[in-house]
Design a protein around this ligand. Structure first.
Ligand code: NAD
Length: 467
């Protein structure tokens, strides 16, 4: 397995790595189900044996608490592996499909074949999960893979570069560490699929690079995921769940609630519940809580601090540049035109926007980019129906944010500006496989002759009848 060799130019290194992986793929060894299963078991072993080392890296990069590091990264990925191992044989079984009468006798099957050598580019916010969960799919589908962790989570990137070669087939999986030059060099190579997780600006760069080789692509992007709260729901529970989903990983979660659309009287009624939920989870001074992390970089810190003036502070607002700390902050009376409402927040600032009714909430959502997730807390079955039918988002969840990711049978991915393609469980196999049509018609009988010219009246009649 490779880590970047700094003595060679990134382009030379990338070309050599990809060429070597292609040769390994061509040898056919990654196609066997036994090889795939062995890789998945080894990846599981890596995660369980080195959970502490990875946890320390996550603490160093993002100040993640050990519990959160386990539940959202290490344990999450182990679950993904176990779900895949238990079902892989079934997912790979060829699926028979019927043939039209005019073609009988014949057998038609749909099979999933590996794509070849794939590139996984991952971001810093869940640097273990978002590098390894796609890798589970790539390996389960029988591919070679290059993993490019984020340079903004350097401790985790280094840990992955050290540990993956110890556990996985080093000829079939390469880790390339680095930033823009190294990723650019990789993107110049021809891959059979590119799986990118990150922001939409870089997503466009990746897509343009993929277009040069006509490489299929998955873009797992972000956006502003709204939470609609309607009157009549249990506001204390709703607030606790919103606070949990929002401030997990210090708000640096792609599916985190970005803002609340509070319908009618909930705008003011929700405020004390949100404030007390923050205190319940992080105490009166979250800066001292071992369960609360830090902002990834000073650049992100400065951007986020700029949002703190965009509304009335309900709770939080404290910040410290040296430690990149921003308290879990709820802002009320937020103007929909304020800067905090114009871009993905991706940090611990939760604006609450008041709307008079559900119609306005739905229009508000539909007037903006399609979000990665839409959440709603409502007691009304009719509101649920309307939100389901009248809005579009990567996922829709009632009663809880973020948790849809943990349901292995649900596809995870965006729509519109939040990206395209999907993964997790069987959906990862779809992403990293070519779904191939196979038709097998015996030669012993040739009823097809009725389809051969010259056409006669009876052939014409029969064909019209059969087709
Ligand atoms: P990031 O800065 O770590 O970038 C992601 C990857 O892109 C990194 O590996 C980086 O090296 C590479 N990269 C950066 N600039 C590049 C360039 N010019 N050319 C080629 N590669 C380049 O992470 P980020 O983009 O700040 O991540 C945060 C964003 O990602 C948010 O918008 C968030 O919503 C989104 N996100 C989405 C998901 C999802 O699953 N849909 C998950 C996490 C994050």
């Amino acid at each position: 397995m490779d880590t970047i060799d700094t003595t060679r130019a990134p382009g030379t290194e990338a070309a050599a790595t990809v060429a070597r992986l292609r040769t390994v793929f061509a040898s056919g060894r990654t196609r066997s189900v036994a090889w795939r299963r062995a890789q998945l078991w080894s990846l599981r072993t890596l995660l369980t044996e080195h959970a502490q080392e990875l946890g320390e890296a996550l603490r160093a990069d993002l100040g993640k608490s050990p519990t959160e590091a386990f539940t959202t990264e290490i344990g999450f990925t182990v679950n993904e592996i176990e779900h895949t191992l238990a079902r892989l044989h079934g997912w790979l079984r060829p699926r028979r499909t019927g043939v039209p009468l005019a073609l009988a006798p014949a057998r038609a099957r749909v099979i999933r074949e590996p794509l070849g050598t794939v590139l996984i580019i991952s971001p810093w916010n869940y640097p273990v999960q978002l590098a390894l969960a796609p890798l589970v799919g790539a390996l389960a589908a029988g591919n070679c893979a290059v993993v490019k962790p984020s340079e903004l989570a350097p401790a985790t990137s280094a840990a992955l570069a050290r540990l993956l070669p110890l556990h996985l087939d080093p000829q079939a999986v390469a880790v390339v560490e680095g930033g823009v030059p190294e990723t650019t060099a990789l993107l110049e190579q021809r891959f059979d699929h590119i799986f990118y997780t990150g922001n939409g600006t870089v997503g466009r760069i990746v897509m343009a690079a993929a277009a040069r080789h006509l490489t299929p692509l998955t873009l797992e992007l972000g956006g502003k995921s709204p939470v609609v709260v309607e009157p009549g729901t249990d506001l204390a529970t709703a607030a606790r769940r919103i606070v949990w989903g929002k401030f997990m990983n210090t708000g640096q979660t792609c599916v985190a609630p970005d803002y609340v659309l509070a319908v009618g009287e909930t705008a003011t009624a929700l405020e004390p519940h949100l404030a007390s939920a923050v205190r319940e989870m992080y105490g009166d001074d979250p800066a001292t809580s071992p369960h609360y992390g830090r902002i990834v970089s000073t650049r992100h810190f400065d951007r986020l601090v700029g949002f703190l003036k965009d509304g009335r502070t309900v709770v939080g607002g404290d910040h410290d540049r040296d430690s990149r700390y921003i308290a879990p902050t709820v802002l009320a009376d937020v103007d929909p035109g304020a800067p905090v409402m114009n871009e993905e927040i991706f940090g611990p600032v939760l604006p609450v926007v008041a709307v008079p009714d559900l119609d306005t909430a739905i229009s508000f959502i539909n007037d903006r980019d399609k979000p990665l997730a839409l959440y709603a807390f409502t007691a009304s079955a009719d509101s649920k129906r309307r939100l389901t039918a009248q809005t579009s988002s990567g996922a829709l969840a009632f009663g809880v944010p973020n948790a849809h990711l943990t349901v292995p049978g649900l596809p995870f991915g965006g729509v519109g500006e939040s990206g395209f393609g999907r993964y997790h469980g069987e959906h990862s196999i779809d992403t990293f496989s070519h779904t191939k049509a196979v038709l097998d018609k015996p030669l012993f009988a040739d009823p097809l002759r009725i389809a051969y010219p010259p056409f006669t009246t009876w052939k014409d009649r029969l064909l019209r009848l059969l087709l």
